[in-house]
Design a protein around this ligand. Structure first.
Ligand code: NDP
Length: 499
């Protein structure tokens, strides 16, 4: 285990030593059926920190059976009793916040403050938000039109059954929470598969979920590779719905594989979000928003504001501010004091990002700063210095494809209609941002941007109550908010004869 882990953080060593038994089925941890293990690494040092169980089809099958058996025990509980368990999970997450945040930083690389306040902090709020929903899932009485007094009809919102949740590596605890909590609030039972790169916080979360008194088998964890455990889930006929966050390519594979059993799907996929700075904006605020918009979590964020459109009249001034701020960002181990940016998740991801850096330069963009591997203490990790490109054309690969790394492309624009057209000229439509002092322009532009979320004079805001998901190739369905909850239900119309 890496030496930067504080001795004072109880439990971390224990969790790492339990990782080989990360298949949790019916409330009981165990190894995978094959007995195989996958090493998980600290991306800041390259050191192996633990080995998790490599689950496969046999483990998924056992997990689905346990989840099917547990449906009764979960749905027979009163809504109030289910709510109490979800509230208890939120409290346990907060009680173990430091431990969870440390695990997340060790496994993913992000700075500890980010893990603590964003990932763990919002995760706890999400559990609390959906705990409140347990007692508020109602139907409607319907104004049906057979002769008055002969029929009455109403709807019920019923759970789907066993649902499969497939979670990526960029916000492991947070995304697991935002899929688990609404699925459970709606009365479903669950099989959860985290990314094999970052399974430790999911293991600890599922332990806490069981500690909170959820009936055994309601939440099952199968760790392992996407092409093995994940693929077994999307093909399993006992799973009624898959909620997935990840790449567009894997999303497409899920659509195809799930066709045989006609699974319901929620897909939150890639993005290439536009962030637009109008000349009347507060430029200091816009620069700060642009920087967090792209460099949060090393740019490995589906809604990252990777295309920054700046009005030509303030373009050079803005570019100078961005360059200087990007050069000042302190890279380091996520657990080290003062670290503002950690490493990328894996050598593969860094290679992928470097490929985009090369393509940007080859296609004629100007690399203003960054994009280098740092030397010295950080050389063994997957670090890249934050990069800013200018002189980017809309048809370049760095302008069109999701990079998922700390790379910002800056474009100049001249007028509102032009920037709207260029912002919307993308296969993706996950999010967008705009910065202006003109309230009319703010709403006018927000309404015309083709994106599932638009931020005005801010970026990357997230809340349990606000639905999150994409237009176009960014997916369908929504995470968070009431919409996510309803996506884990099906509607039944009940007719009653009054004759
Ligand atoms: P993937 O889409 O492959 O991974 C996301 C999740 O899907 C992981 O849990 C993965 O498991 C799982 N998975 C992979 N293959 C299958 C499958 N056949 N069936 C079911 N589940 C599967 O993304 P990558 O990790 O390969 O990242 C590649 C790119 O994807 C990034 O560069 C980025 O552009 C995008 N991405 C987008 C995310 C978002 O938030 N929208 C999040 C992550 C990536 P495992 O990791 O164990 O293989």
């Amino acid at each position: 285990m890496t030496s930067v882990v504080s001795e004072s953080i109880d439990g971390i060593r224990d969790v790492l030593s339990r990782a080989g038994e990360s298949i949790v089925i019916g409330g009981k941890p165990g190894p995978s059926a094959s007995g195989e293990l996958i090493d998980t690494h600290d991306p800041a040092t390259g050191e192996a920190i633990a080995s998790i169980a490599a689950g496969g089809a046999a483990d998924v099958d056992r997990a689905v059976s346990a989840a099917t058996r547990a449906l009764g025990s979960w749905q027979d509980l009163s809504a109030a009793a289910r709510a109490r368990i979800l509230y208890d999970i939120a409290a346990l997450i907060e009680d173990h916040a430091e431990e969870l945040a440390t695990l997340e930083t060790l496994d993913n690389g992000k700075p500890l403050t980010e893990s603590m306040f964003l990932d763990v902090g919002i995760a706890a709020e999400i559990w609390r938000y959906y705990a409140g929903w347990c007692t508020k899932i109602g139907g409607q009485t319907l104004p049906v039109s057979p002769p008055v007094g002969t029929s009455f009809a109403y709807t019920r919102r019923e759970p789907l059954g066993v649902v499969g949740l497939i979670v990526p590596w960029n916000f492991p605890l947070l995304i697991a929470s935002w899929k688990l909590a609404p699925a459970l609030a709606a009365g479903n039972t669950v099989v959860l598969k985290p990314s094999e790169l970052t399974s430790l916080s999911a293991l600890r979360l599922v332990e806490l979920v069981n500690e909170a008194g959820i009936p055994p088998g309601v939440v099952n964890l199968v760790t392992g590779y996407g092409h093995e455990a994940g693929q077994a889930m999307i093909e399993h006929s006992g799973i009624a719905k898959i909620s997935f966050t990840g790449s567009t390519a894997t999303g497409q594979r899920i659509v195809t594989a799930s066709a045989a059993s006609l699974k319901k799907l929620t897909l939150e996929l890639g993005g290439k979000s536009a962030n637009i700075v109008f000349p009347d904006a507060d430029l200091a605020g816009a620069a700060e928003g642009a920087l967090t918009g792209i460099f949060l979590n090393q740019g490995q964020v589906c809604c990252a504001g990777s295309r920054l459109f700046v009005h030509r009249s303030v373009h050079d001034e803005m570019l100078a501010v961005l360059e200087s701020a990007a050069r000042d960002i302190q890279l380091g181990h996520g657990l080290a004091d003062g670290t503002e940016m950690g490493p990328l998740i894996s050598p593969v991801q860094r290679d992928r990002v470097e490929g985009y850096l090369r393509s940007g330069t080859e296609q004629g963009a100007t690399l203003v700063c960054g994009g280098q591997r740092p030397h010295g203490d950080l050389a063994a990790g997957n670090f890249l210095t934050p990069a800013v490109f200018s002189e980017v054309r809309d048809d370049m690969r760095i302008a069109r494809e999701e990079i998922f790394g700390p790379v910002l492309s800056v474009f100049a624009f001249d007028d509102e209609a032009e920037v709207l057209r260029r912002a919307n000229d993308s296969e993706f439509g996950l999010a967008a941002g705009l910065w202006t002092g003109d309230v009319k322009r703010a709403h006018r532009v927000a309404h015309q941007l083709q994106a599932g979320t638009v931020w005005i004079n801010q970026y990357n805001m997230l809340d349990p109550a606000a639905p999150f998901g994409g237009y176009k190739a960014s997916g369908y369905g929504r995470d968070l908010g009431e919409e996510s909850l309803l996506g884990f239900t099906q509607t039944k119309s009940v007719w009653v004869s009054l004759d």
